[in-house]
Design a protein around this ligand. Structure first.
Ligand SMILES: Cc1ncc(COP(=O)(O)O)c(C=O)c1O
Length: 492
């Protein structure tokens, strides 16, 4: 006989709804605050009263609807087409524009949109045995993932340490006969700078290669900022040679997670994105996107969010975000030892430290201790370690509190001094090969650094970040993959 006692998520006897919700609430207490404008990554909070309730109600209405078959659930098709139409119009396509035939698909997120942009480009060239894509080093890591999943080679073009943009001549030089796609970001996630899209698209077009603009992060913010007068360079279908654009609705459209839009300039460009299969005894499967069964929940929630906020709402939120960015950037400029990586031109504030006495990773911990959750970015090529702030409208009412908190955190970080790793650990980080890393070694290392697998991340991460910073990229990947592997264990 097997043991019938309940385990993990499955109790032997079902629980009352209120108790279940109480459990989830208790679990959520350990999370970072998704609302309130003090978390500068992972979440996009407009701070609009009632919006969450609306999105949740819309989600609930469509949660059990299946996007697998648009003929069975026309409600979902109608909402998807409405989202694609809105995104296309916002991004230079649609009737009366130079890109009147734009089509698109709703995906689960930026990564899926980028995977599909790469798949469409790859599968449009079945003659190539070794397809390649060209992307600036600042392009989102999802392109590396797409290259890996799809067995496409990734040719990375370095970015200038001052402008944080790739040199267009270097992009042109990287294009080979096997190149199927050239990538530009609008903007890049790490630093929030918009690549020279016009020039990159021109070199791609001259070579007869597709050009994808990754506007996953900023595609729903830049058009409103431009309408408010910001000098946003052309980055969308208004640019000749741009063949596809992605924009995440779960970022600056402020929809709940699980919705992005991938647009193509015309249906022929989109066609190789689809997968259809009839050679089995079941239903003929036709999937425009990676998932087959898809919940209608995120799509309905995004639809409700766009309908409720409207153009006037997004303009208002963009103005609040712009002002918040300006206020945060002023706070950085006013702080001795800190320097903006780039003048903010979108919704990102990114700064570094020029002062050896002011350790950025310690500063991040000190900010966390004061309730401000920023995102450390490790040293990369000739770019220094930095701190990333994704700024959303909900930050605006908090900006006045940030300056004093930053000043306090800086003083505390200076007083604590930089992290000094034992020399043998530093040497290990510099010399260990990824292959030599065993799960046991990682577990020992994690334990030594206070990272208990069952306790989540510790309050203070500076030592861990310093160690990772000293390690080459391949080793960072392995260390973190092994560590996440330790976290992802069944709860019995
Ligand atoms: C520029 C850019 N592209 C793609 C992505 C990936 O999006 P997702 O996390 O929704 O898969 C992000 C996420 O931050 C991004 O900033």
């Amino acid at each position: 006989m097997t043991d019938t006692a309940g385990a993990g998520a499955l109790p032997a006897q079902g629980m009352p709804a209120a108790d279940v919700l109480g459990e989830i609430r208790a679990l959520r207490d350990a999370d970072r605050p998704t609302h309130g404008g003090r978390l500068f990554a992972y979440v996009y909070d407009p701070g609009v009263a009632g919006l969450d309730e609306l999105a949740q109600a819309a989600y609930a209405q469509s949660a059990h609807v299946n996007g697998l078959d648009p003929t069975a659930f026309p409600s979902l098709l109608a909402m998807e087409n409405a989202l694609v139409g809105a995104a296309a119009r916002l991004l230079g396509g649609g009737p009366g524009t130079g890109a009147p035939d734009v089509v698109g698909s709703v995906t689960s997120g930026g990564t899926e949109s980028l995977l599909l942009a790469v798949k469409a480009a790859r599968d449009a060239r079945p003659d190539l045995t070794e397809p390649r894509i060209v992307a600036p080093a600042s392009a989102h890591a999802a392109f590396a993932k797409a290259a890996h999943y799809l067995r496409v080679a990734l040719d990375t073009v370095p970015v200038d340490p001052v402008t944080l943009r790739p040199d267009v001549a270097a992009v042109a030089a990287a294009i080979r006969p096997e190149t199927v796609l050239v990538v530009a970001s609008a903007p890049s996630y790490a630093h929030g700078v918009v690549d020279p899209v016009t020039e990159i698209a021109a070199v791609a077009q001259a070579a007869g290669v597709r050009c994808h603009v990754d506007a996953c992060f900023g595609g729903w913010a830049l058009p409103w900022l431009r309408r408010l007068g910001a000098p946003v360079p052309p980055f969308d279908f208004a640019v000749p040679g741009v063949t596809s654009v992605s924009v995440d609705l779960h970022k600056y459209a402020y929809a709940p997670k699980g919705v992005s839009v991938l647009l193509h300039r015309d249906p022929a460009l989109r066609a190789p994105q689809f997968f259809a299969y009839a050679d089995w005894p079941g239903y003929t499967m036709v999937n425009p996107v990676i998932a087959s069964t898809r919940s209608g929940g995120p799509i309905a929630a995004a639809y409700a969010t766009l309908r409720h906020l409207g153009e006037d709402g997004y303009l208002r939120l963009a103005a609040a975000t712009r002002d918040a960015v300006a206020g945060l950037a002023d706070a950085i400029r006013a702080t001795d030892g800190l320097r903006l990586m780039a003048e903010p031109e979108t919704t990102v504030v990114c700064f570094t430290s020029d002062d050896p006495g002011l350790d950025l990773f310690v500063l991040v911990d000190e900010l966390t201790a004061r309730g401000w959750h920023t995102q450390p970015q490790l040293t990369y090529a000739d770019l220094p370690a930095s701190v990333h702030l994704t700024v959303t409208a909900a930050v605006a009412p908090r900006v006045a509190e940030f300056g004093p908190a930053l000043a306090e955190a800086v003083a505390a970080a200076r007083a604590a001094g930089p992290v000094v790793l034992p020399p043998e650990l530093l040497a290990l980080a510099g010399s260990l090969t990824p292959e030599a890393l065993t799960p046991d070694l990682v577990a020992g290392l994690a334990g030594g650094l206070g990272l208990a697998a069952d306790a989540g991340a510790p309050e203070r991460m500076a030592v861990v970040n310093t160690l990772l910073d000293a390690a080459p990229a391949r080793l960072r990947e392995r260390l973190l993959a092994e560590f996440v592997g330790l976290l992802q264990r069944p709860a019995w």
